[in-house]
Design a protein around this ligand. Sequence first.
Ligand code: IPE
Ligand code: IPE
Ligand code: MG
Ligand code: MG
Ligand code: MG
Length: 327
Amino acid sequence: MDHKELYSEYLSKVEKKIAETVHLDEPKQLYEPFKYIMTGGGKRIRPVLTMMACSAFGVDPYAALNSAVAIEIVHNFTLVHDDIMDQSPMRRGKQTVHTKWDEPVGILLGDVMVGWSYSLLPRSDEHTRADDIRACFTKGLIEVCEGQAYDMQYNEKKDITLVDYFTMIEKKTAKLLETCGVIGAHIAAANEHEVEIIRKFCYNLGIGFQIQDDLLDLVADQNKLGKKIGLDILEGKKTFLILTLKDRAKDPETLILLEEFFVNNGLPESKIKLISSMMRDHGVYEIAREKSNHFFEAARSELLKLDKSKDISMLLWLLETIRSRNY
Ligand code: IPE
Ligand code: IPE
Ligand code: MG
Ligand code: MG
Ligand code: MG
């Protein structure tokens, strides 16, 4: 079986487990949106990564399935709340939960999703590393919230730098990907050194992934992306793109528009095209591509440190698949 076929097989098991987990109907206010968010698409990068990390150490990837789905549930919970925070109308080509229902529904849904995610983690009578797995899971969840807090805090500040940006994305994005790799490796009883290599692999993958996410916000095809193009600009988000433009721009026209962005916390829809062309002219998109590639390369180098007996080919395949994504 080639990598793509194996990947589809993992995916179908993940979808099946998700369907089993979201089987309840009542109370409707809770379980309708739960089904809606969990079965309405998504690339499923996190559960697949968890299973692949487990498999790299020679253990059946399906041993990691429940934990993989637990992480996907937490991820979806962060998206529901992220869409409230970012006032996003669309996700995965559909209405966001708080748009289709309302904010209270989105908030309570997030709460219950955390509960369901924990219910899927192994207990100590089921896995010798259950305590490590739970501790890692909890840490990942806390760190995503901390990252999201920086994201909000930065909305109120005008002097955010790229250093601040990396602090934020390390927490809001890279940490949950680290959680995937580390839990997958724990399930396979990998040793400390191996767990650390996988952690660093996922860290770099996560940083590259968020820079790509920022880039796609402006350069993707909206239908493919399933999210509104340019929302980060409307919302005044301190993305890799805008901070890089700020570092590079010297001409008055760009400096005036940047000033407007930072003072007003975003730009009106009518100016998205203009800022986008300024980014292009200043080579910002190129720099973002190079930067994310730099982290993807770092991820690859980490993986190559594992002992030759480990089968890293699926993880390398996933890395390349993510690197070439356009949604
Ligand atoms: C979106 O994650 C949030 C970020 C951390 C950038 P994904 O791009 O993995 O979202 P889905 O699950 O595939 O929709
Ligand atoms: C996502 O950041 C980080 C999360 C923890 C959800 P974004 O706000 O950039 O995610 P999208 O672009 O809405 O998917
Ligand atoms: Mg956000
Ligand atoms: Mg968002
Ligand atoms: Mg984004």
